[in-house]
Design a protein around this ligand. Structure first.
Ligand code: CTP
Length: 424
């Protein structure tokens, strides 16, 4: 495995929680105070935390303390016109990677188990398409009551994950099981969720280098040569690989996209900068060149803006840029074990892509058709249709979202490392 521990990054963007979004539903229990510390710790890890506060929860913590710590508005009312206008309860429940109910009271659990939706919290829980985790907290007798056990069984069957309560002195004066799990345990459960989505991933801890987006090759201080690439496919791939536990360095040309959670992004402009950033990021276990690198750059970049000269158009002299993919493939000592290129083609897609794979020296190539269809190019679009070419096999994936393509490719890469992990 490649060692990248010597990197000097100011922000630990490889943290599994970095950039992940949590919807925290704060129920009505004395242990609600622990949520304040929980939010604080999660914010230190650069997680986005949005809170829904139930009526009961409001008796124990204030919306102001939750919003001060989370840096987000706190949502309380199902029928609030302003809230619905800003962020409807459906969106609120979907714009999260994980929903956590803490503390989950016996009442909230009963409502969840029976599918009730009579306030914002229960409505969001019913409307969400995201995984749900609950951290129960209640009196021991309530926790052990057959009704709660039944509800718990139903919730487990429904796919809800449970963070077991601890045992000890309870706020009601009794002793036994029912205490809300401590903050470190809540955090461990959240981390575990993000790590365990692919528990058998061979990509865990592997360093993957990805290039994405266009490059800009300056003509003068105000003009440049570039292309239509949006970076979407490369960014989606970075996110899909992080989901499987890879440490991803994304060397990106200029795009409007936010950096995917948990990814270390290095911003560059030109092809030469991109190559330098890639070389600096080595060693890597895999490299995937998705960037639409400008093949040529102006031979000279004027120091000042080129002015119009009475109808005489300037002549552009171009020179070839370095080929990043080819260079990475030819590295004598630290060539990544798996190098994947993308082939942007407008005709004879498979034929050109097969030849390109051999010419560049990469292991796999992903061919895509970038010709115009109905005046639209795949560059910048949300969908793509690709053909994956490996030395042994070819896979043609029907048109689907770039996110889906990224996930399918991540699965193939995972499989590759799984098969090769014992060969050395
Ligand atoms: N690539 C690269 N550096 C370059 C040009 C391309 O790393 N200077 C990479 C791309 O990221 C992609 C692959 O090479 O993974 C193929 O890019 P593509 O634009 O399809 O091919 P070209 O090399 O430009 O070849 P051609 O112009 O013949 O299509």
């Amino acid at each position: 495995m490649a060692d990248i521990s010597s990197e000097t990054q100011p922000v630990p963007q490889h943290d599994i929680l970095h950039g992940k979004r949590l919807l925290l539903i704060v129920g009505g229990g004395i242990a609600a105070y622990k949520c304040l510390d929980l939010i604080r710790r999660l914010k230190e890890r650069h997680m986005q935390v949005r809170c829904i506060l139930t009526k009961g929860g409001r008796q124990f913590v204030t919306p102001l303390s939750l919003s001060s710590l989370s840096g987000e508005k706190v949502y309380e009312d199902l029928f609030s016109l302003t809230d619905e206008a800003e962020m409807g309860h459906i969106r609120l429940s979907r714009e999260a990677d994980l929903v956590l109910v803490a503390p989950a009271t016996a009442d909230l659990m009963a409502k969840m188990a029976t599918g009730q939706a009579d306030d914002l919290a229960t409505t969001a829980l019913l409307a969400t398409d995201k995984p749900v985790m609950i951290a129960p907290s209640m009196n021991t007798m309530m926790w052990q009551h057959p009704a709660t056990r039944r509800n718990l069984d139903t919730l487990i069957r429904d796919g809800v994950r449970i963070i077991d309560p601890g045992a000890g002195d309870l706020a009601c004066g009794e002793v036994g099981a029912g205490r809300l799990a401590e903050v470190p345990d809540l955090i461990a459960a959240i981390e575990g969720f993000f790590l365990d989505r692919f528990p058998h991933s061979a990509l865990r801890g592997k360093h993957v280098l990805i290039t994405a987006g266009p490059t800009r090759e300056p003509l003068d201080p105000v003009r440049y040569i570039a292309n239509r690439s949006s970076g979407k496919q490369g960014y989606a791939l970075a996110a899909a690989l992080v989901e499987r536990g890879a440490k991803v360095t994304l060397v990106s040309g200029p795009t409007d996209l936010p950096c995917p959670a948990g990814v270390r992004r290095v911003d560059v402009e030109t092809a030469r900068d991109m190559l330098a950033a890639c070389e600096a990021a080595l060693p890597a276990d895999a490299a995937i060149c998705v960037a639409a690198v400008a093949d040529w750059r102006p031979e000279d970049c004027a120091g000042n803006k080129i002015k119009k000269q009475d109808g005489a158009a300037p002549v552009l002299r171009l020179t070839e840029n370095p080929d990043i993919l080819k260079t990475l493939c030819a590295r004598p000592k630290d060539r990544p074990a798996l190098v994947i290129g993308f082939a942007a083609e407008t005709e004879k897609i498979a034929e050109h892509a097969r030849a390109k794979r051999l010419r560049k020296g990469c292991d796999w190539i992903v061919a895509n058709d970038v010709s115009f269809t109905d005046g639209q190019s795949v560059m910048g679009a949300d969908h793509n249709r690709v053909l994956l070419i490996t030395p042994e096999e070819e896979f043609s994936w029907p048109e689907t979202s770039k996110t889906d393509i990224a996930r399918q490719l991540a699965e193939k890469i995972d499989h590759y490392f799984m098969q090769n992990q014992n060969k050395d």
